[in-house]
Design a protein around this ligand. Structure first.
Ligand code: FEO
Length: 402
């Protein structure tokens, strides 16, 4: 069938019919420097089924890919695994065009879609572990509440050992390749970690429980088809292991220094801390928020043991980029970090305490602070070095205790 875009076969019955967004660079505050994909899947069985849709502007692309396999009006069922608009934004148009027999979502998904669209469309709520037959294949639904929205669910095809995992195991990575094994592993790990840190981190403690539950329920997947990025069909053990590792947020001796600066004084303190950590043998990342994006800083924290946050005082406040970063980080709730606050000031110097308080309220164990009036002198530099050494000793002691 001639079509502007083509579907990509995944299994005998399942096709990828999603869309590639090469140009997106900001996904609700997350810098998506490699774009993304919105994955939707077509299941060709007696009951033809569409799993998820795509972000609204990409509806024509999804439709064209479906048309390369089947007339969209032949689709009988639509399943919405996740109500967020990058997957449900074109659901109303899809329903209007397709007029499916049935639309399914989790009970929370049904409510969320209603709250989004204020529509008269009837969406049938499915229960956790409920099954529906498509003919040769059977779909089974698993609620995955708070991974990462209350409505989120997985859809499982036992006969094909295929798990539609919605956002879980996804990544923001636009590519002409549909399968993870066609892409460099380093890129998959880098973008997978960034996605985990910026989307799933607040719910990390739920992930080992979910993976264990999937094992107990016999979901021995051979294909994981997420809603963003490539599809995994090889070495799924490594994919799960990476999720368990990121969920644990086990601290290492890596230290992240994040700051901004007005007249280079806070920058000089940052460099002094960096120098001392280097001398003490720590891997260090230095990120100036003037050029580093908040989502890259969070990614660096995934395997860090400590964070040092520096801000000048501007009009009695912390610098705006620090307020931005600390607000973002507080929502993502990174765990198990030690910390320091530092910064420069001219006459009042509130920013350092504000930074320390913000770190403490997000669960960072703040060991001290270092500030300088106008310009760091030798006494301030010495104080910085001592503080860095104290932090290093505390971190090493913590790592030794396991
Ligand atoms: Fe990809 Fe939670 O949406």
């Amino acid at each position: 069938m001639n079509s502007e875009f083509s579907a990509v076969p995944i299994t005998k019955h399942v096709y990828w019919v999603g869309a590639i967004d090469w140009n997106i660079r900001d996904f609700h505050g997350y810098a998506t420097s490699r774009g993304t994909t919105y994955n939707a899947y077509l299941i060709m069985d007696k009951k033809i089924t569409l799993i998820d849709t795509v972000k609204r502007p990409f509806f024509p692309e999804m439709l064209a890919r479906i048309r390369s396999v089947v007339d969209p009006s032949k689709i009988d069922i639509i399943v919405s695994n996740h109500a967020e608009m990058d997957h449900s934004g074109s659901l109303p148009e899809a329903i209007e065009l397709i007029r499916p027999e049935q639309v399914y979502a989790s009970s929370m998904g049904t409510a969320a879609l209603q709250d989004h669209f204020h529509w008269k469309t009837k969406v049938l709520p499915v229960k956790d572990q409920e099954k529906i037959s498509l003919g040769e294949l059977e779909l089974q639904f698993f609620e995955t509440r708070m991974l990462h929205w209350p409505d989120s669910m997985f859809t499982w095809i036992a006969k094909e050992k295929l798990l539609f995992s919605q956002d879980a195991f996804g990544m923001h990575l636009a590519s002409a390749r549909r399968f993870a094994d066609e892409l460099p592993e380093t890129r998959l790990i880098e973008e997978g970690a960034k996605y985990f840190a910026n989307i799933l981190l607040p719910y990390a403690p739920l992930i080992p429980k979910l993976i264990e539950r999937c094992r107990q329920l016999g979901l021995n997947a051979e294909i994981i088809a997420p809603d963003h990025g490539p599809i995994f069909r090889q070495d799924l053990g490594a994919v799960l292991e990476r999720y368990l590792q990121w969920s644990a947020q086990k601290p290492t001796d890596k230290i992240v220094i994040v700051y901004d600066t007005m007249w280079e004084s806070t920058h000089m303190l940052a460099r002094q801390l960096e120098e001392q950590f280097q001398r003490l043998g720590h891997p260090v990342r230095v990120l100036n928020l003037h050029v580093a994006h908040r989502s890259d800083v969070i990614t660096e924290l995934l395997d860090a043991g400590a964070i040092c946050v520096g801000s000048p005082t501007l009009n009695n406040q912390m610098f705006p980029t620090l307020a931005d970063f600390l607000t973002y980080a507080a929502g993502l709730k990174p765990q198990h970090l030690l910390g320091l606050a530092f910064g420069s000031y001219g006459w009042s110097g509130e920013s350092i305490k504000k930074v320390a308080d913000a770190l403490t309220s997000m669960g960072v164990e703040v060991l001290g602070s270092c500030k300088c009036k106008y310009r760091p002198d030798e006494e301030t530099r010495t104080r910085c070095r001592h503080l860095a050494t104290e932090l290093s000793n505390a971190l090493r002691a913590k790592l030794e205790q396991g």
